[in-house]
Ligand binder design. Structure first.
Ligand code: ZN
Length: 294
């Protein structure tokens, strides 16, 4: 092989590699960067940028924003109950219908902005749900579910979940670790802070967020009294991933049991859903009204 041919080969190999990688989608050219190329490895769905939902209601960004989160969706049906004639009743469908009813109830009276993590039958990952609320700058997050008691058909009633204390500070620590580089929580900028200071600021933000969440949970219990059929012990706390946003107060509302005939009947009729929606909408309004006070 001549020296010239060897040189040509040496020069051609990197070009072939880059060209091949581009063709394979590993590297994509960025046109406005001119001659440069950016490495863009295929991301897993968790790492993909979020598609943020539209915000309904008043255009004024100063108005409070609540993100409603219908649980499950797509290939994840959630709890499964049996309706008349053994027909399957899926949690994902029940909670979407209830979420849409609540959205309509809130928009009807106006003054509050509303966004939904999903308004169709599609999958949204657990980590994306609170992240949507965070990225929209939401003031409140409400996740709506329906429970299953397995073979126990007599277990009924709604429950209101907040994040457990243990899970809360654990989430704060993990969040601090992850978001250490740059972030703002409840208006506290933690960019440039040491890891220790960041951890403390996140912990403080998380504490305030959990106090707000607890207050909202109490309001749901209060406004639901006489309107919603509650479980005998309706107030609960658990390590729920969907409630782990350190800066958006969040509550998970288990509307009832798909395995219980009475609960299912309430959740599957428009009038039944309306009762839930009115109670939840009132709790949201009172929560925001308290914060609007000077
Ligand atoms: Zn669920």
């Amino acid at each position: 092989m001549s020296v010239r041919a060897l040189l040509l080969l040496i020069l051609a190999v990197p070009a072939l590699i880059v060209g091949g990688a581009m063709a394979a989608g590993v590297i994509i050219p960025v046109p406005h960067w001119g001659r440069d190329y950016v490495l863009s490895f295929l991301l897993d769905p968790e790492g993909e940028p979020l598609e943020l939902p539209a915000i309904a209601g008043p255009e004024d960004p100063a108005r409070p924003l609540v993100v409603l989160d219908a649980g499950h969706g797509g290939r994840d049906p959630g709890s499964i109950g049996r309706g008349a004639g053994g027909r399957e009743v899926l949690e994902k469908d029940i909670v979407l219908a209830l979420t849409l009813a609540l959205r309509d109830e809130l928009l009807k009276e106006g003054g509050i902005r509303v966004a939904l993590t999903r308004d169709t039958d599609r999958i949204v990952t657990l980590s994306q749900r609170p992240e949507i609320a965070r990225q929209l700058g939401a003031d409140l997050f409400l996740s709506i579910h329906a429970d299953s008691a397995g073979e126990r058909r007599d277990v009924e009633g709604a429950s209101i979940y907040t994040l457990s204390n243990e899970a809360s500070s654990e989430a704060a620590a993990r969040f601090a670790e992850r978001e250490n580089a740059a972030d703002a929580l409840n208006g506290i900028t933690i960019e440039g802070q040491s890891a220790e200071v960041s951890a403390i600021l996140v912990e403080l933000s998380q504490q305030r967020t959990q106090e707000d969440a607890t207050e909202f949970a109490a309001l749901i219990a209060r406004e639901g009294d006489g309107r919603v059929r509650f479980h005998p012990q309706p107030r609960r706390s658990a390590a729920l991933a969907v409630l782990r946003a350190p800066d958006v107060p969040g509550v998970l509302f288990e509307s009832g049991f798909v395995t219980n005939d009475a609960d299912r009947a309430r959740l599957m009729t428009e009038q039944g859903r309306q009762e839930y929606a009115q109670a939840l909408a009132r709790a949201i309004r009172v929560y925001f009204a308290r914060r609007a006070l000077p």
